[in-house]
Design a protein around this ligand. Structure first.
Ligand SMILES: N[C@@H](CCC(=O)N[C@@H](CS)C(=O)NCC(=O)O)C(=O)O
Length: 279
Protein backbone atom coordinates (compact mmCIF):
# COMPACT_ATOMS: atom_id res chain seq x y z
CA UNK A 1 0.00 0.00 0.00
CA UNK A 2 1.74 3.15 -1.12
CA UNK A 3 0.43 6.64 -1.65
CA UNK A 4 1.01 6.63 -5.42
CA UNK A 5 -0.40 3.21 -6.33
CA UNK A 6 -3.76 3.57 -4.60
CA UNK A 7 -6.84 4.20 -6.71
CA UNK A 8 -10.12 3.85 -4.77
CA UNK A 9 -12.27 0.93 -5.96
CA UNK A 10 -15.70 1.62 -7.40
CA UNK A 11 -17.29 0.14 -4.27
CA UNK A 12 -15.23 0.00 -1.10
CA UNK A 13 -14.67 -3.43 0.43
CA UNK A 14 -13.17 -4.16 3.81
CA UNK A 15 -9.55 -5.35 3.64
CA UNK A 16 -8.81 -6.36 7.21
CA UNK A 17 -5.13 -6.81 6.31
CA UNK A 18 -4.58 -3.16 5.43
CA UNK A 19 -1.92 -2.80 8.12
CA UNK A 20 -1.26 -0.10 10.69
CA UNK A 21 -1.35 0.00 14.47
CA UNK A 22 -5.14 -0.28 14.71
CA UNK A 23 -5.77 -2.82 11.92
CA UNK A 24 -6.75 -5.50 14.42
CA UNK A 25 -9.54 -3.46 16.04
CA UNK A 26 -10.79 -1.20 13.25
CA UNK A 27 -13.83 -2.48 11.37
CA UNK A 28 -16.62 -0.88 9.31
CA UNK A 29 -19.54 -2.21 11.37
CA UNK A 30 -20.98 -1.44 14.81
CA UNK A 31 -22.39 -3.76 17.47
CA UNK A 32 -21.01 -6.45 19.74
CA UNK A 33 -18.66 -9.12 18.43
CA UNK A 34 -18.88 -11.33 21.52
CA UNK A 35 -20.81 -11.82 24.76
CA UNK A 36 -19.09 -10.37 27.79
CA UNK A 37 -20.67 -9.00 30.93
CA UNK A 38 -19.00 -6.06 32.59
CA UNK A 39 -17.91 -6.30 36.22
CA UNK A 40 -19.66 -4.05 38.76
CA UNK A 41 -17.86 -2.89 41.89
CA UNK A 42 -19.03 -1.46 45.18
CA UNK A 43 -19.38 2.24 44.28
CA UNK A 44 -22.37 3.86 42.52
CA UNK A 45 -20.09 5.16 39.75
CA UNK A 46 -18.63 2.47 37.50
CA UNK A 47 -16.16 3.64 34.89
CA UNK A 48 -15.06 1.43 31.98
CA UNK A 49 -12.05 3.04 30.39
CA UNK A 50 -8.37 3.26 29.57
CA UNK A 51 -5.83 6.05 30.23
CA UNK A 52 -5.89 7.54 26.73
CA UNK A 53 -6.55 11.31 26.56
CA UNK A 54 -10.32 10.73 26.34
CA UNK A 55 -10.20 8.33 29.28
CA UNK A 56 -8.01 10.63 31.37
CA UNK A 57 -10.58 13.43 31.13
CA UNK A 58 -12.95 11.37 33.28
CA UNK A 59 -10.48 10.00 35.82
CA UNK A 60 -9.09 13.53 36.34
CA UNK A 61 -12.65 14.84 36.82
CA UNK A 62 -13.46 12.12 39.37
CA UNK A 63 -10.19 12.71 41.26
CA UNK A 64 -10.85 16.48 41.22
CA UNK A 65 -14.35 15.90 42.63
CA UNK A 66 -12.96 13.66 45.38
CA UNK A 67 -10.22 16.19 46.16
CA UNK A 68 -12.90 18.89 46.42
CA UNK A 69 -14.73 16.81 49.03
CA UNK A 70 -17.51 15.23 46.93
CA UNK A 71 -17.47 11.77 48.53
CA UNK A 72 -20.27 10.60 46.21
CA UNK A 73 -17.73 10.63 43.39
CA UNK A 74 -16.04 7.47 44.70
CA UNK A 75 -15.70 5.14 41.77
CA UNK A 76 -14.56 1.82 40.42
CA UNK A 77 -12.47 2.14 37.26
CA UNK A 78 -12.32 -1.04 35.19
CA UNK A 79 -9.81 -1.47 32.41
CA UNK A 80 -11.12 -1.80 28.85
CA UNK A 81 -8.24 -3.04 26.71
CA UNK A 82 -9.13 -1.43 23.41
CA UNK A 83 -6.27 -3.11 21.55
CA UNK A 84 -7.74 -6.46 22.57
CA UNK A 85 -11.26 -5.55 21.46
CA UNK A 86 -12.93 -5.28 24.91
CA UNK A 87 -14.97 -2.34 23.57
CA UNK A 88 -16.84 -4.79 21.31
CA UNK A 89 -18.06 -6.99 24.19
CA UNK A 90 -21.86 -7.04 24.64
CA UNK A 91 -21.80 -5.47 28.11
CA UNK A 92 -19.69 -2.54 26.93
CA UNK A 93 -21.78 -1.99 23.79
CA UNK A 94 -24.90 -1.84 26.02
CA UNK A 95 -23.32 1.18 27.74
CA UNK A 96 -21.76 2.71 24.64
CA UNK A 97 -23.21 1.67 21.26
CA UNK A 98 -20.26 3.53 19.70
CA UNK A 99 -17.73 1.05 21.22
CA UNK A 100 -15.25 3.66 22.46
CA UNK A 101 -13.90 4.38 25.90
CA UNK A 102 -14.72 6.08 28.23
CA UNK A 103 -18.18 4.87 29.33
CA UNK A 104 -19.81 5.39 32.71
CA UNK A 105 -22.66 3.75 34.61
CA UNK A 106 -24.24 5.58 37.52
CA UNK A 107 -26.08 3.18 39.83
CA UNK A 108 -27.02 5.81 42.42
CA UNK A 109 -30.55 6.51 41.16
CA UNK A 110 -33.74 4.43 40.84
CA UNK A 111 -32.59 3.21 37.45
CA UNK A 112 -28.94 2.81 36.36
CA UNK A 113 -27.92 5.63 34.03
CA UNK A 114 -25.45 5.08 31.19
CA UNK A 115 -23.31 7.94 29.89
CA UNK A 116 -21.00 7.78 26.89
CA UNK A 117 -18.86 10.38 25.09
CA UNK A 118 -16.24 11.96 27.33
CA UNK A 119 -17.74 15.46 26.99
CA UNK A 120 -21.18 14.18 28.02
CA UNK A 121 -19.63 12.36 30.99
CA UNK A 122 -17.86 15.53 32.16
CA UNK A 123 -21.07 17.52 31.85
CA UNK A 124 -23.10 14.81 33.64
CA UNK A 125 -20.67 14.70 36.56
CA UNK A 126 -20.41 18.49 36.73
CA UNK A 127 -24.20 18.82 36.90
CA UNK A 128 -24.64 15.89 39.27
CA UNK A 129 -22.23 17.34 41.82
CA UNK A 130 -22.61 21.03 41.00
CA UNK A 131 -18.87 21.46 40.47
CA UNK A 132 -16.37 22.62 37.83
CA UNK A 133 -19.16 24.18 35.75
CA UNK A 134 -19.96 27.85 36.34
CA UNK A 135 -23.55 28.64 37.36
CA UNK A 136 -23.53 32.16 35.92
CA UNK A 137 -25.10 31.83 32.43
CA UNK A 138 -22.38 33.74 30.57
CA UNK A 139 -19.52 31.79 32.17
CA UNK A 140 -21.39 28.49 31.78
CA UNK A 141 -21.95 29.23 28.10
CA UNK A 142 -18.26 30.05 27.63
CA UNK A 143 -17.36 26.81 29.40
CA UNK A 144 -19.64 24.73 27.18
CA UNK A 145 -18.40 26.49 24.04
CA UNK A 146 -14.85 25.42 24.86
CA UNK A 147 -15.98 21.92 25.88
CA UNK A 148 -17.65 21.48 22.49
CA UNK A 149 -14.64 23.09 20.80
CA UNK A 150 -12.49 20.38 22.29
CA UNK A 151 -14.86 17.58 21.26
CA UNK A 152 -14.93 18.87 17.69
CA UNK A 153 -11.26 19.77 17.40
CA UNK A 154 -9.36 16.90 19.04
CA UNK A 155 -10.23 14.36 16.33
CA UNK A 156 -8.12 16.47 13.94
CA UNK A 157 -5.30 16.30 16.44
CA UNK A 158 -5.65 12.60 17.37
CA UNK A 159 -7.26 10.92 14.39
CA UNK A 160 -5.60 13.28 11.93
CA UNK A 161 -2.21 14.58 13.04
CA UNK A 162 -1.37 11.91 15.63
CA UNK A 163 -2.44 9.07 13.40
CA UNK A 164 -0.50 10.14 10.33
CA UNK A 165 2.56 11.52 12.15
CA UNK A 166 3.02 8.71 14.68
CA UNK A 167 1.02 5.61 13.74
CA UNK A 168 0.39 5.24 10.01
CA UNK A 169 2.50 2.47 8.41
CA UNK A 170 3.66 4.96 5.75
CA UNK A 171 4.56 8.64 6.15
CA UNK A 172 2.25 10.47 3.77
CA UNK A 173 3.38 14.06 3.27
CA UNK A 174 -0.03 15.35 2.20
CA UNK A 175 -1.74 14.01 5.35
CA UNK A 176 0.98 15.11 7.76
CA UNK A 177 1.10 18.60 6.24
CA UNK A 178 -2.67 18.99 6.31
CA UNK A 179 -3.14 17.92 9.91
CA UNK A 180 0.02 19.64 11.20
CA UNK A 181 -1.34 22.89 9.81
CA UNK A 182 -4.66 22.36 11.56
CA UNK A 183 -3.08 21.25 14.85
CA UNK A 184 -0.84 24.32 14.93
CA UNK A 185 -3.83 26.52 14.15
CA UNK A 186 -5.71 24.98 17.09
CA UNK A 187 -2.70 25.49 19.38
CA UNK A 188 -2.64 29.13 18.28
CA UNK A 189 -6.37 29.45 19.09
CA UNK A 190 -5.63 28.23 22.60
CA UNK A 191 -2.46 30.27 22.97
CA UNK A 192 -4.18 33.54 22.09
CA UNK A 193 -7.06 32.75 24.45
CA UNK A 194 -4.78 31.77 27.32
CA UNK A 195 -2.76 34.98 26.91
CA UNK A 196 -5.62 36.77 28.69
CA UNK A 197 -7.03 33.93 30.76
CA UNK A 198 -5.46 31.93 33.60
CA UNK A 199 -7.73 28.98 32.80
CA UNK A 200 -10.02 28.41 29.82
CA UNK A 201 -12.95 30.22 31.48
CA UNK A 202 -10.92 32.95 33.14
CA UNK A 203 -10.02 32.54 36.80
CA UNK A 204 -12.08 29.40 37.36
CA UNK A 205 -10.78 25.86 36.67
CA UNK A 206 -13.63 24.01 34.89
CA UNK A 207 -14.55 20.98 32.83
CA UNK A 208 -13.29 22.91 29.80
CA UNK A 209 -9.74 22.68 31.21
CA UNK A 210 -10.33 19.06 32.19
CA UNK A 211 -11.39 18.22 28.62
CA UNK A 212 -8.71 20.21 26.79
CA UNK A 213 -5.64 19.46 28.92
CA UNK A 214 -5.34 15.67 28.25
CA UNK A 215 -5.03 16.43 24.52
CA UNK A 216 -3.40 19.83 24.06
CA UNK A 217 -1.60 19.94 27.41
CA UNK A 218 -0.21 16.45 26.82
CA UNK A 219 0.84 17.47 23.31
CA UNK A 220 2.94 20.45 24.38
CA UNK A 221 4.34 18.51 27.36
CA UNK A 222 5.48 15.89 24.81
CA UNK A 223 3.41 13.08 26.28
CA UNK A 224 1.56 12.13 23.10
CA UNK A 225 2.99 11.40 19.63
CA UNK A 226 6.54 12.62 20.57
CA UNK A 227 5.76 15.67 18.47
CA UNK A 228 6.55 18.65 20.72
CA UNK A 229 9.73 19.57 18.84
CA UNK A 230 8.12 19.06 15.41
CA UNK A 231 5.24 21.35 16.39
CA UNK A 232 7.57 23.87 18.10
CA UNK A 233 5.49 23.46 21.26
CA UNK A 234 7.70 25.84 23.25
CA UNK A 235 6.52 28.72 21.06
CA UNK A 236 2.99 28.35 22.47
CA UNK A 237 4.04 29.99 25.71
CA UNK A 238 0.59 30.51 27.18
CA UNK A 239 -0.49 26.95 26.43
CA UNK A 240 2.74 25.72 28.02
CA UNK A 241 2.20 27.83 31.16
CA UNK A 242 -1.39 26.55 31.48
CA UNK A 243 -0.39 22.93 30.75
CA UNK A 244 2.28 22.97 33.47
CA UNK A 245 -0.04 24.58 36.01
CA UNK A 246 -2.69 21.90 35.51
CA UNK A 247 -0.08 19.15 35.44
CA UNK A 248 0.97 20.18 38.97
CA UNK A 249 -2.51 19.60 40.47
CA UNK A 250 -2.51 16.57 42.81
CA UNK A 251 -5.85 15.30 41.43
CA UNK A 252 -4.47 15.45 37.90
CA UNK A 253 -1.37 13.52 38.96
CA UNK A 254 -3.70 10.85 40.36
CA UNK A 255 -6.18 10.82 37.49
CA UNK A 256 -3.59 10.27 34.74
CA UNK A 257 -2.47 7.04 36.40
CA UNK A 258 -5.87 5.33 36.53
CA UNK A 259 -6.45 2.59 33.89
CA UNK A 260 -2.87 3.09 32.70
CA UNK A 261 -1.01 -0.01 31.54
CA UNK A 262 2.05 1.46 29.80
CA UNK A 263 5.02 3.70 30.54
CA UNK A 264 6.62 3.97 33.96
CA UNK A 265 5.50 0.85 35.88
CA UNK A 266 5.24 2.70 39.19
CA UNK A 267 2.70 5.07 37.67
CA UNK A 268 0.39 2.35 36.35
CA UNK A 269 -2.92 1.75 38.14
CA UNK A 270 -4.73 -0.65 35.77
CA UNK A 271 -7.86 -0.72 37.96
CA UNK A 272 -8.97 1.66 40.69
CA UNK A 273 -11.49 0.64 43.34
CA UNK A 274 -10.32 2.66 46.30
CA UNK A 275 -8.23 5.82 46.91
CA UNK A 276 -5.49 3.59 48.35
CA UNK A 277 -5.04 1.91 44.93
CA UNK A 278 -3.18 5.08 43.87
CA UNK A 279 -0.19 5.19 46.20
N1 LIG B 1 -15.67 11.15 21.04
C1 LIG B 1 -15.33 10.04 21.88
C2 LIG B 1 -14.05 9.43 21.38
C3 LIG B 1 -13.63 8.24 22.21
C4 LIG B 1 -12.49 7.49 21.57
O1 LIG B 1 -12.09 7.76 20.41
N2 LIG B 1 -11.95 6.53 22.30
C5 LIG B 1 -10.88 5.72 21.77
C6 LIG B 1 -9.67 5.75 22.72
S1 LIG B 1 -9.12 7.42 22.97
C7 LIG B 1 -11.33 4.27 21.66
O2 LIG B 1 -12.04 3.77 22.51
N3 LIG B 1 -10.93 3.59 20.58
C8 LIG B 1 -11.26 2.23 20.38
C9 LIG B 1 -11.75 1.96 19.00
O3 LIG B 1 -11.77 2.89 18.18
O4 LIG B 1 -12.12 0.80 18.71
C10 LIG B 1 -15.16 10.55 23.33
O5 LIG B 1 -14.66 11.65 23.50
O6 LIG B 1 -15.55 9.83 24.27
Amino acid sequence: MTEKEYTPAKVWKWDSENGGKFASINRPTAGATHDKELPVGKHPLQLYSMATPNGVKVTVMLEELLAAGYGGAEYDAWLIQIMEGDQFGSGFVDINPNSKIPALMDHSGDKPQRVFESGAILLYLAEKFGAFLPTDLAARTECLSWLFWQMGSAPYLGGGFGHFYAYAPVKIEYCIERFTMETKRQLDVLDRHLADNKFIVGAEYTIADIAIWPWYGALVLNRVYAAAEFLDAESYKNVMRWAKEIDARPAVKRGVRVNRTWGDEEKQVPERHDASDIS
